[in-house]
Ligand binder design. Structure first.
Ligand SMILES: [Ca+2]
Length: 354
């Protein structure tokens, strides 16, 4: 039906078909099914896309009377097949070329009896796929049966393809060959030979038999058993363990753990955040109603800047002794500023050059 082109092009195609026949067995069987799924999905889209078309142009009423109806025509089949593969998809194009006759058979003779093209073509005719819930060359049922592969708690390797080994990859919380066991940190809410529902333990449990902190078999580290056999948080910060945090840090307790945070800069050691969490005030600060506050050395009764023409300037945690107005420092002493005015007009030019 479709013109394949000059015979020169035909030769490599035939070679490829030959290779693929052997190749299917060993090549990735899962990807062959994926390709086939793509082909049949796109074929279905093609059916939808062409549903409202007709022969186009001319007197369609006449053509439909004379020729076969477009709906079931070879022209429509060709239009659908031509759009099934991306031109860049080698696997897809090869599969369609190789099995053109099957598409014709289905289109003209099997469509009404076998409406599911994927099942008829990929599973039953070219046998690159299996029904859902089955895997491998013989389409064996997955563990747990094809209705609920891996008992609904995992993915069956090769599910729906002729590849894979049926091995279950369990969802989070489940383990075991058939995904009916709960992993550590989970417990079985419901559990029998064919069904398991695993839920997460309370955060305090290493392992458990239920969902609360009283159902732990064993407490997780950072938690300890209380008198009621419940796992409760260990308050690491109340243990007064000096090695727990650094000298300039304070301890913050949290559920199952703790952390260390840096003291405020006005503190020398602290028990909490901010200037009111200090154990001792840092140098230059003193305790004012429980808060470490800057000491204003400049307002002390005994003057701190005692040299001639000196002025005191208070700074956070310290103070400076600077020369008073009209004075400048020269060899460690404050001397009157020289009155001679520098020619300031030159300065901007110097900056410009820089
Ligand atoms: Ca804690």
């Amino acid at each position: 039906m479709r013109s394949i082109g000059p015979s020169l092009l035909l030769l490599p195609c035939l070679l490829l078909v030959g290779i693929s026949r052997i190749g299917y067995a060993k090549r990735d069987l899962k990807s062959a099914c994926t390709t086939c799924r793509q082909v049949t999905d796109n074929f279905k889209k093609g059916i939808e896309r062409t549903a409202k078309q007709n022969f186009g142009g001319g007197n369609t009423a006449w053509e439909e009377r004379t020729l076969s109806k477009y709906e079931t025509s070879e022209i429509r089949l060709t239009e659908i097949l031509e759009a099934v593969c991306d031109s860049s998809s080698f696997e897809c194009n090869r599969m369609v070329e190789e099995h053109e006759d099957l598409f014709e058979t289905w289109w003209f003779k099997r469509k009404s009896k076998h409406p599911d093209l994927h099942k008829w073509f990929c599973v039953e005719s070219i046998k690159v796929c299996c029904p859902t819930g089955a895997f491998g060359p013989q389409c064996k049922d997955c563990v747990g049966g094809s209705d609920r592969p891996c008992h609904g708690n995992g993915a069956c390797d090769g599910d729906g393809t002729r590849g894979g080994d049926g091995h279950c990859s369990c969802n989070h919380g489940y383990e075991g060959e058939s995904c009916l066991e709960c992993i550590d940190g989970f417990f079985g809410e419901v559990k029998n030979d064919t069904f398991a529902l695993c839920s997460e333990c309370h955060a305090s449990c290493q392992s458990c038999s239920g969902g609360t902190n009283q159902d732990c078999d064993e407490c997780k580290s950072g938690w300890e058993e209380d008198e009621q056999d419940a796992c409760v948080d260990v308050n690491e910060c109340s243990r007064e363990d000096p090695a727990l945090c650094g000298e300039e840090e304070y301890c913050v307790n949290n559920e199952g753990s703790f952390s260390c945070k840096g003291c405020d800069k006005v503190c020398s050691g602290c028990t909490g955040a901010g200037p009111d969490g200090c154990r001792i005030c840092a140098a230059g600060y003193h305790d004012v109603e429980g808060t470490c506050t800057d000491i204003d050395e400049c307002s002390a009764e005994v003057a701190v800047c005692t040299a001639a023409h000196q002025e005191c300037v208070n700074t956070p945690g310290a103070h400076l002794c600077v020369c008073a107005g009209g004075h400048e420092e020269l060899d460690g002493e404050c001397v009157p500023t020289a009155l001679s005015e520098e020619p300031e007009t030159e300065s901007p030019q110097v900056h410009d050059d820089l």
